[in-house]
Design a protein around this ligand. Sequence first.
Ligand SMILES: NC(=O)c1ccc[n+]([C@@H]2O[C@H](COP(=O)([O-])OP(=O)(O)OC[C@H]3O[C@@H](n4cnc5c(N)ncnc54)[C@H](OP(=O)(O)O)[C@@H]3O)[C@@H](O)[C@H]2O)c1
Length: 349
Amino acid sequence: MATQKALWLTKVGEPLTIGQNTIPEPGPGDILVKNESVSLNPMDWIFPKVGFYMMKNFPVVIGEEGAGVVVKLGEGVTNLAVGDRVYYATKFNFESDYAAFQEYTLISADIAGKLPANLSFDQGASICIGIAPFTAATYVPEPHGHGYTPPFESEGGVGKYKGHPILIMAGGASLGQYAIQLARLSGFSPIITTASLHNKDLLISLGATHVLDRKLSASQLKEEVANITSTPVMYAFDSISLDDTRQAAYDILAPGGKLTVVRRGSLKEVEGSGKGVVQAFGSFELPRVREFGGKFMRELDSWLAEGKIKPNRVEVLPGGLHGIAAGLERLESGAVSATKFIVRPQETV
Ligand SMILES: NC(=O)c1ccc[n+]([C@@H]2O[C@H](COP(=O)([O-])OP(=O)(O)OC[C@H]3O[C@@H](n4cnc5c(N)ncnc54)[C@H](OP(=O)(O)O)[C@@H]3O)[C@@H](O)[C@H]2O)c1
């Protein structure tokens, strides 16, 4: 059986090691992708360190996102062809054949993106994990999402929320940058975000109308938001969801407002306020979001081609898969600002 290089986690708490994995055959509905670029996400250092309830079998290959070329089609795949350039989030099932940190990965064809010619593989690998949480939480109907109309031409959602303020905590995060851009397509205004101020120009270029210093205290932030808009803030998306950012966003919301968090943690909710909180689950693999996810990905292909959605800024780490461990250490230490780390598995020696 043909083999490939892969990054293995032998057990929680152990260092990641490079070894061999077999190159799998795609089953029905799947494609085999030759990975040109994969990207690093916070969960790639968190799960190996502290574990995750879905991570049960070891050793396991990790990694959740990438871009590459379709090399084999499973039965029934009609939306993609061998040779197509694709970008993807993995199935997130913690089975090694479906993980990204290796040379070849099995992917679900129906929710993979077709990478437009104007984007590189490195850029393509920066998109799916970052864009899915806001998308799923904001546009999927209740109770799984907040039920806003998505900004698809066919559904009349483009610009629909003009005059509705939105607060996006941590606009500099990968998730935050995509949230800002989708909020812009949906028409939310003003789009208020928090970030390090050196990211102000970038976030304004993506669609933020106001970038506030992430170092402001919760009370200062509330005051600044009130100075920007007298319209009640009915929606907030917290891209980082630390205890303090989550609470600050919740407290700024008007009664009846909606908050999306991307990580669980403490939150003092006010009884009778009518405020609703949704925990984002940024994967289109789940049956309840799958059809919507496929439709969204087709729209996203076009938005990327037209430049309506821009990928994250990327930094390519040297050494192929060998570069991942050092990249994850940088992510863990917080030494990253509005940038996605990329590795090219085919460069592994
Ligand atoms: N629920 C889900 O489905 C899901 C999916 C993917 C990720 N996540 C989680 O979402 C979080 C963000 O992921 P990511 O990939 O977007 O992270 P990331 O890009 O690595 O986040 C780094 C950015 O966070 C910003 N930041 C950090 N602390 C901040 C604060 N207190 N206030 C404002 N900005 C702050 C920094 O912005 P500045 O540089 O401007 O300071 C930095 O650029 C992670 O916790 C991740 O595990 C959840």
